[in-house]
Every structure is written in C-alpha cells, then in structure tokens.
Design a protein around this ligand. Structure first.
Ligand SMILES: Nc1nc2c(ncn2[C@@H]2O[C@H](COP(=O)(O)OP(=O)(O)OP(=O)(O)O)[C@@H](O)[C@H]2O)c(=O)[nH]1
Ligand SMILES: [Mg+2]
Length: 358
C-alpha cells in the first residue's frame, strides 16, 4: 500500500507500488511518470540510501553502545542461555529505554524460545531479539491509511512540549516538501513564546517558503483561521502549523490545541489531515507520558522522534512503537535541514544492530 505521506514528500525511500483506489490522481500520475521516466523509485533509493543509512547508523551509535554492544559483551565467552544471562539482558533492555512492559514481553518470548530449545546459543538469541524488535516496529508502523484531501491544502498540525524540536522539524519538512515540488505555507501559531514566530520566519527564509504570523500574544486559533483563508485561494499544497509547547498551564495548552483543531476543520473540512506529535528521544520515558497526554487531547495521527543523533536512549523508538498504535513518521538525526528521515523499521533495526562502528 502506498504511504501517501512519504510519497507526498517525494521520498526516495519508499519503493512500494501504489494500490489502486488509494492514490489521488495527481500523485498516481507523478508516481508512474517517475517510474516510466527512466529513474525508478528504487534506483533513486539506492542512490541516496547509503549516505542516509551511514548517517542514521552514526546517529544511533550511542544507543548501539548502551544496547547492542552491551548484549555482545554479555555473550562474550558464553554459549549457553541461563537465568543469569537473561537477568543481565533485562537490565540492558531497561537501560536502553525500551520500557518495562516491552522488556518483560521480550524476555517472556525469549524464555519461551529457550524452553522450546529454539535458541541454540547466545548468538541465536541476539538474532531472535533483532527479529522480535523488528516485528514490533512493523506492527505499529504499517503503511499509513490516511487519505490526502481531494482538493485544497494538506494541513499538518505540529505539536509537542517546548524544546522538543517542533519548529526545526517543520523547517526540515518544509525543505522536504519544497524539494518534492510542493508549495508550502508555514503558520506561526505559537504566539506565546516571544521569539517563536521569528524562529519560524528564519526557517521560512532558509527554505524559501512563505510564513503567516501575527503579533505576539495574538489568539493562535485566529492566526490559523486567517492562514487557512490565505492558503485556500493561493493553491498551497501543504500548510505546516507550528503550535506552542508551553502555555500558562497544561490544561490551557490542551484546550488551545483542541480549539485550533476545531477551527481548522471548520475552515477546511477534514483538516488537520495529520496531527504530528514531536517527541525528543533524549527524554526517554518522558516522551511516553507526553505521547499519552497529547493523544488523549487531540488524537495524534503520527509521531516525529527528534534528536536520535547522539542519544543513548534510542530504544525509546521500540518502546513507543509497542506502547502506542501511532506510526512513527519521521526521525530527526541532526539540526540541519536534511537531517529528517522517513522512519523505516527495517533500516532502523539494521542501523541499530550494525556490526561495525565505522
Ligand atoms: N541534535 C539534534 N537537535 C535537534 C533536532 N531537532 C531539533 N533539534 C534542536 O533542538 C532545539 C529545540 O528545537 P526547536 O525546534 O526550537 O524546538 P521547539 O519544539 O520548537 O521549541 P519551542 O518552540 O520552545 O516549544 C534546537 O536547538 C534544535 O536545533 C535533532 O533531530 N537533532
Ligand atoms: Mg518552536
């Protein structure tokens, strides 16, 4: 099935052919042109894949050290899987922020396999772990079933607590969409923090897209209302809305986000088409509670996990995938424009379990 979100971004990572009836006409046309035009999606994937993969692998190196390399150490000189080894493994999984519930489940499954004599030695256990983890990631990250709006802009509402990387992620997304030939509008609906709209405008300049902003303290919903009024007749393909990460109280914030969502739907029925929650991977278990909180308020449809570069807490990806039935759309692996990846379970697991550190 087509993952429209990635296709819309002109991703080079997704080489799954589109399914009939799922693809808006323009997108289907674009896909078939790309395929008949000599450069197939998978060829492009091959071209760009290696560099991206190395960067992802590099970004995950600290997680790999606290996780996979620890597992390797555990197995050093040890051929049999005994109770002590499983206890040590439990500690490693917990330390890697995979989460208590997910860790217990992984261990239960492992014990079961040991009982069935399905795991000959420690190496087989490592392979089994890798497969179980991939299974979790594939399970909660099926191809997206959302549908692009038949007409009008694709509206993405971006949420998350302060400092997680919302504005940066919007800048990176704007870059991706623009590169894919889409006309992008940025909306500064964080009117609470003084410098928020300036920061978005800097990204707008950097990427070369328009930004709608009002004065600090303006009502965020009315900023959004006006922005959608502006976007509709001007044929914007994508509208990315930056929201506040902090208000006077948490309740205020959630109420405001609900209001913004209502206003969007009133202005463009069906909008927002994506409610993208941004989570900072370095915060580990905190990210889990944030996901719960925001999801209760506004029904999050996708996640972006930022700052996976240089964190030892990359296991949070596994935890969050297992805990929530919300797909991870993107992962951030740096501060630059290009440092946003479509999340691909296979690629992620391969990078995490990579053998060499080079
Ligand atoms: N290393 C790294 N840094 C990131 C990533 N994404 C964002 N950042 C940095 O995180 C910091 C905060 O990012 P912002 O985009 O301002 O976060 P925000 O959620 O918009 O913050 P508020 O507007 O205060 O709510 C900035 O210094 C970014 O450069 C990432 O993937 N990797
Ligand atoms: Mg911001």
């Amino acid at each position: 099935m087509l993952n429209w979100f990635k296709k819309k971004l002109g991703s080079t990572q997704d080489d799954v052919p589109p399914e009939q009836g799922q693809v808006p006409d323009d997108l289907a046309a674009a896909t078939s042109t790309a395929q008949s035009g000599g450069v197939s999606v998978s060829e492009k994937q091959h071209e760009n894949g290696a560099g991206f993969f190395l960067k992802l692998k590099d970004g995950l190196s600290r997680t790999r050290k606290t996780f996979v390399r620890q597992i390797d150490t555990l197995f050093l000189g040890k051929k049999t899987i005994d109770a002590e080894l499983l206890e040590d493994l439990e500690e490693i999984l917990i330390m890697a922020d995979i989460g208590a519930a997910t860790t217990m489940e992984l261990l239960d499954k492992t014990r079961e396999q040991v009982r069935r004599n399905a795991l000959g030695d420690a190496l087989a256990l490592k392979t089994a772990l890798k497969e179980m983890i991939l299974g979790y990631l594939l399970n909660t990250n099926p191809p997206a079933d959302s549908v692009l709006p038949a007409q009008g802009p694709f509206v993405v509402m971006v949420l998350g607590v302060n400092g997680v990387g919302k504005t940066t992620t919007i800048g990176k997304l704007a870059h991706k969409f623009t590169r894919a030939g889409q006309k992008v509008l940025l909306v500064a609906a964080d009117t609470f923090r003084a410098a928020a709209s300036e920061q978005l405008q800097i990204w707008g300049k950097r990427v070369g897209v328009e930004v709608v902003a009002q004065q600090a303290g303006a009502d965020p919903s009315s900023v959004v209302y006006d922005a959608l009024d502006y976007a509709k007749p001007r044929n914007f393909d994508v509208v990315l809305v930056d929201t506040a990460g902090r208000l006077h109280t948490k309740v205020n914030l959630m109420e405001e986000l609900k209001k913004i969502k209502r206003v969007m739907d009133k202005k463009i029925p069906g909008a927002p088409h994506e409610i993208l929650l941004v989570l900072d991977a370095t915060t580990g278990q905190n990210a889990i509670s944030q996901a719960r909180l925001f999801n209760e308020a506004v029904d999050v449809t996708g996640l972006a996990l930022t700052k996976l570069d240089g964190t030892a807490k990359g296991g949070i990806v596994i935890n969050i995938s297992h805990e929530f039935n919300i797909p991870i759309r993107f992962i951030g692996i740096g501060e630059q424009m290009e440092d946003l990846r479509d999340f691909e379970p296979n690629e992620f697991v391969e990078a995490l379990f990579a053998e060499s550190e080079a």
